[in-house]
Design a protein around this ligand. Structure first.
Ligand code: TYD
Length: 211
């Protein structure tokens, strides 16, 4: 049995160029200024081995099944060594991409079976799920125009990014109560961070009432 985690886990998802990292930085700052201990991390990566897998994943062409397993391997390591310990210390974990990216990219866009990817996600995380998924829903065309040094996923082009977006929408449908969806084109990064912060404040208040 897994031990219960007292911290709070938020993943950030979106197509390329949607501004996740800026939002995460601003939000971490806001949470920190409110006296909360925050751990910012990312996938693929976040631990030494997972960062090594990240370089391979972003630079090397490979079979889509190999790709899936490497993402899951990096995730297993990251969850075990970084995310779960931080949550057990009671910290707030902000993670740039998580399991919904695998559903959107490797399943919906690459065509691997959804249910099997769900099962592998569960295996890699030991059942750990984000408490909240913040989704930046930017028009994929705008996002791609922003990409300066396209990685191999950005290089797949607009059709692929549109599929990725539909993959995220499908994942959201399976768990709508967890998702906070934002339209980055319509708001400045500071406005977005304020919006998410006020939603999270309510979650965290609920959490401390339960504790
Ligand atoms: P990154 O440069 O961090 O892109 P971004 O800033 O858009 O997050 O590269 C991570 C890439 O890995 C990104 O193109 C999405 C992809 N990815 C997957 O295909 N599957 C996954 O499970 C994860 C976590 C990421």
């Amino acid at each position: 049995m897994l031990r219960k985690t007292p911290g709070f886990f938020i993943s950030f998802e979106g197509t390329e160029g949607s501004g996740k990292s800026t939002l995460i930085r601003q939000l971490a700052d806001l949470l920190g200024r409110n006296g909360l201990k925050v751990q910012v991390t990312r996938e693929p990566g976040g631990s030494p081995l997972a960062e090594r897998l990240r370089s391979i994943l972003l630079e090397t062409e490979m079979d889509s099944r190999t790709e899936l397993y490497l993402y899951e391997a990096a995730r297993a390591e990251h969850v075990a060594r970084i995310i779960r310990p931080a949550l057990q210390r009671g910290e707030i974990v902000l993670c740039d991409r998580f399991t919904d990216s695998t559903l959107a990219y490797q399943s919906y866009a690459r065509g691997l079976p959804w249910k099997e990817v769900l099962a592998l996600n569960r295996m890699a995380t030991g059942g750990l799920e984000p408490n909240r998924v913040v989704f930046l829903d930017l028009d994929p065309k705008v996002g791609l125009e922003r990409a300066q040094n396209p990685n191999r996923f950005e290089a797949e082009g607009l059709g692929f990014q549109k599929k990725v977006r539909l993959g995220f929408l499908k994942a959201r449908k399976e768990n709508p109560e967890k998702w906070i969806s934002l339209k980055p084109g319509k708001h400045t990064p500071t406005e977005l961070a304020d919006q998410v912060f006020s939603r999270l404040k309510k979650d965290l208040e609920k959490r401390s009432r339960r504790a």
